[in-house]
Design a protein around this ligand. Structure first.
Ligand SMILES: *Cc1c(COP(=O)(O)O)cnc(C)c1O
Length: 406
């Protein structure tokens, strides 16, 4: 199918099979009207407050700031229900599905975080929920599979291909096409065919709106000098950036997962220099995609499962190419070091994804004048990652114990 706009300059669009045209058109026709309606807004805002627990705090990290040499505030999406920002979008789209008269929601999940948030929103609203997940991912993330099932979702293994996220996406889309009259497809990041990037941005923009107001209240009406967020597909970052894009004095800084380093080939850097990332089409939209010389999607790697994705959302591609935002990278090791530092300084264990934002902030701080003020988005909490973390920091813990016994 020919791609149709609107575009984020040369990014975005709607590259979909003919069979997907009717449901995407239906979504396009209904979402703006529904989102603008007073009844929808009342319901959504009330649930954000009483179910998700918003607004989330903006916490001045005083001890960590001393390490950085700049004044750092943390936007605490780790305190949102289900432990990350994903619930803002899952709940918003589940309400949208209900308003469109859909009785059933399908979604795919990689590490399981989006699946858990979707299962929670559907349980709350009484909507049937089917989550597609690669068989390998189900084995690696067994706890999240249990959480989804406890909340009443059906988790269906994707057994084709590499048995990971890509295959789960294919199965979820097939399900959607086959049951479009009753079913809503709930996408988890600022990706996919139009209007999904716009819908996800809208539901995550609450992060930026709150952060801007909270910062102004604490800092005499000022704007921050920079805002920092990790970028997988890009939803938590675009949610934070959206409140500051029109304020050119505020630096926007996204942080990608460099895995074991760009040269190793084991990374998720879509904005790198290696030439492995080029313009491509994946999941219905055009943006930078990690691919080999034949255009095959590359295997990606990150210690943070939520950043382990071959494509970046189209608006980030635009913001990078027009220079409005800058994108840094943090390796697995830098993220772990940042996670340990923030945990020890502040008593806050960030998710491994969010630890990339913290590591990026440490790099950015070196280029900012003393006294600069920044906001770092803590997109989620580290509880889900404790197994990975404890494997990696076991050495440190043992060292500490050994010292004590001397
Ligand atoms: C999924 C996830 C991310 C990455 O997704 P974005 O769409 O880039 O925000 C980041 N942090 C956490 C905690 C996540 O669960």
């Amino acid at each position: 199918m020919p791609a149709k706009g609107p575009w984020y300059d040369s990014f975005g669009g709607s590259f979909i099979a003919e069979t997907l045209s009717p449901p995407v058109a239906e979504l396009n026709e209904s979402y703006e009207r529904i989102i603008a309606s007073e009844s929808f807004q009342q319901r959504y805002q009330a649930l954000l407050k009483h179910y998700v627990g918003r607004q989330t705090p903006l916490t001045l990290a005083e001890n960590f700031s001393r390490h950085l040499g700049v004044k750092a505030y943390l936007k605490r999406e780790d305190l949102a229900h289900t432990g990350a920002h994903k619930i803002n979008n899952a709940l918003g789209q589940a309400l949208l599905a209900q308003a469109m008269g859909k009785r059933r929601v399908v979604a795919e999940t990689g590490a399981g975080q989006h699946g858990v948030a979707t299962a929670a929103a559907c349980a709350l609203l009484g909507i049937e929920c089917v989550i597609y997940m690669g068989l390998r991912d189900m084995q690696r993330q067994a706890l999240n599979v249990q959480r989804m099932r406890l909340m009443g979702a059906t988790v269906v293994p994707a057994e084709g291909g590499s048995q990971t996220l890509k295959d789960a996406i294919n199965d979820a889309l097939r399900d959607w096409v086959a049951h479009a009259d009753t079913t809503y497809y709930l996408l988890g990041s600022a990706l996919g065919p139009h209007p999904y990037p716009a819908i996800v941005r809208y539901f995550q923009s609450v992060i930026g709106k709150e952060a801007r107001q909270q910062f102004a209240a604490l800092e005499d009406g000022a704007l921050p000098d920079a805002v920092v967020a990790c970028v997988g597909g890009g939803s938590n970052a675009i949610g934070l950036f959206s409140a500051f894009i029109d304020e050119p004095q505020v630096k926007l800084c996204g942080v990608e997962a460099a895995g074991q380093g760009e040269a190793s080939g084991l990374h998720s850097i879509r904005f790198g220099d290696s030439g492995q990332s080029r313009l491509g089409v994946l999941q219905g939209c055009q943006s930078y995609v990690l691919q080999d010389e034949h255009g095959q999607i590359m295997e990606t790697h990150s210690i943070a499962p939520g950043l382990d994705y071959a494509m970046v959302g189209p608006e980030h591609a635009q913001l990078r190419d027009n220079g409005r935002a800058q994108y840094l990278q943090a390796t697995d090791e830098e993220a772990i070091d940042a996670l340990k530092l923030l945990s020890r300084c502040e008593g806050i264990i960030p998710a491994l994804e969010s630890a990339h934002a913290v590591a990026g902030a440490i790099k950015l701080a070196k280029r900012l004048p003393a006294g600069a003020r920044i906001i770092i988005n803590i997109s989620g909490r580290g509880d889900k990652d404790m197994e990975t973390i404890s494997r990696l920091v076991a050495d440190t813990v043992q060292e500490g114990e050994a010292n004590e016994s001397h």
